[in-house]
Design a binder for this molecule. Structure first.
Ligand code: PFF
Ligand code: NA
Length: 446
């Protein structure tokens, strides 16, 4: 299959595809709410440090393996391992990645479904003239209704799997081209508006003035997990996209561009959301509902509010769509590697993810008090352990594979940054990223 593999048409298309995978709920929904739960600036500081020291070099490692292998993640790893004379067992890493994205996509689809509901509600003008408390109560009532959650989850997953079945490079290129610039522009407008509100000053100091005494191993683990999650690293999802990367493109430059954009989106979203939180005297540690309650409040005060809010949820939905398509790719590629047709593989993945996602749907009603493991209900479990443990673990193993196991010549070529760039990257991975990930994982788990 590798001879006929699709390719992204241009370098720009590759960067946009990876940006599309990276920018999503992680930036606009998850980043603000876990930053809120972890006290603000310290968390932000750790997260940015982890993006630079671990996320970025490991993102290059992951894309590089896919680019050098030009096959599905499992097959690429197996191929490079056999070239290097290393154990073929490395390929199970591809399967672990597929399992990780299976868990992540199940809740990702449910939360993306919330955006569908909010898009429709904002088009209907449902938030006009409502107070923050009323909007919060409406959100809680929505979560407690499994029928509406199921409908939106199903709709979103069907939308995702249809694009995946058609082949990611075709549909995604056009979508990304249009979507990403519009999303940035809208976030800029929103953050600009936030700057005129009284919550802006407190939001900035809360986000940017760290209190280092608040650093604990658990906060570090969460910040590290979020760095992996937001960059889409550690689950072989970018490895699958790397297989479609064109020749003659510097991987470090592409990866750095993506990381900068990804952090910028998170910061803009954070500024906008926390300005509302402080202006309205809300609780930053409100949890997963934070964005869904604050943004309708913020937009309600802008001239033309419902229109802006609708546009925002539309763009958010499109951004989560491109991320979900990426999340599905390692599973579909694995099944295709086992001989299934793309359409069949997409259907199978869709059904399985839908089923697991139903546990997240019910976690806001009948399963809310069902403690599956570590005192967490199903939604809490799949939205915590895979991002915070599985992604760093997967990223760690991919990095070890890229820096120590695969043939050096292949890595050098696939990085496409010259011999010095290659040596710098590999030293960073070997002596900083890999040990640091081990330490934080170890300390956090203990
Ligand atoms: N990076 C995506 C986000 O921030 O929303 C989520 C994600 C995509 C995580 C793909 C992991 C992944 F493999
Ligand atoms: Na992200």
């Amino acid at each position: 299959m590798n001879e006929t593999l699709e390719r992204w048409g241009t370098r720009r298309a590759f960067i946009l595809a990876v940006t599309g995978a990276a920018v999503g709920l992680g930036n606009i929904w998850r980043f603000p709410y876990i930053t809120g739960e972890n006290g603000g600036a310290v968390f932000l500081l750790l997260y940015v440090a982890f993006v630079l020291l671990l996320g970025l070099p490991m993102m290059m490692a992951e894309i590089l393996v896919g680019r050098a292998g030009r096959r599905s993640p499992m097959q690429s790893i197996a191929h490079l391992a056999s070239q290097a004379g290393a154990s073929r067992h490395w390929r199970w890493l591809g399967l672990f990645g597929a399992f990780t994205v299976f868990c992540i996509l199940s809740f990702y689809s449910v939360v993306s479904g919330w955006s569908i509901e909010f898009l429709v509600a904002s088009i209907n003008g449902d938030f006009v003239g409502r107070s923050a408390a009323e909007i919060g109560a409406g959100f809680d009532a929505f979560l407690a209704d499994p029928g509406r959650l199921t409908f939106n989850h199903t709709l979103f997953l069907v939308m995702t799997m249809l694009v995946v079945a058609a082949g990611v490079t075709k549909g995604l290129e056009k979508l990304n081209n249009l979507l990403m610039p519009m999303l940035y522009a809208l976030l800029l407008v929103l953050a600009g508006y936030a700057a005129t509100t009284e919550g802006f000053g407190p939001a900035l100091s809360w986000l940017f003035l760290p209190d280092v005494s608040a650093v604990t191993p658990l906060v570090m683990l969460q910040a590290m997990g979020h760095a992996f999650f937001t960059l889409a690293v550690g689950a072989c999802a970018l490895m699958a996209y790397g297989a479609y990367m064109p020749d003659h493109q510097s991987l470090p430059r592409a990866a750095a561009a993506v990381a900068v954009l990804d952090v910028a989106v998170a910061l803009l979203a954070g500024i906008a959301i926390f300005s509302v939180v402080f202006a309205q005297g809300m609780d930053p540690g409100e949890g997963p509902g934070l964005m869904f309650v604050t943004l309708p409040v913020a937009f309600a005060e802008l001239p033309g509010g419902p229109l802006w809010l609708s546009l925002f949820f539309l763009l958010l939905l499109l951004a989560t769509w491109t991320s979900s398509i990426n999340l599905a790719e390692p599973m579909v590629a694995t099944l295709q590697g086992w001989g299934l047709k793309r359409g069949q593989a997409s259907a199978a993945v869709g059904i399985a993810v839908w089923g697991l996602g139903m546990l997240s749907v019910l976690s806001f009603s009948s399963l809310a008090e069902t403690r599956v493991l570590f005192g967490m209900n199903p939604f809490e479990l799949v939205s915590t352990i895979p991002p915070e443990i599985f992604l760093p673990l997967g990223g760690l193993l991919i990095a070890i594979f890229a820096a120590w196991v695969m043939p050096e010549q292949e890595a050098l070529r696939a990085l496409d940054a010259g011999p010095n760039g290659f040596r710098f990257w590999r030293a960073l991975l070997r002596w900083v990223s890999i040990p640091l990930t081990l330490v934080v994982l170890g300390a956090g788990l203990i």
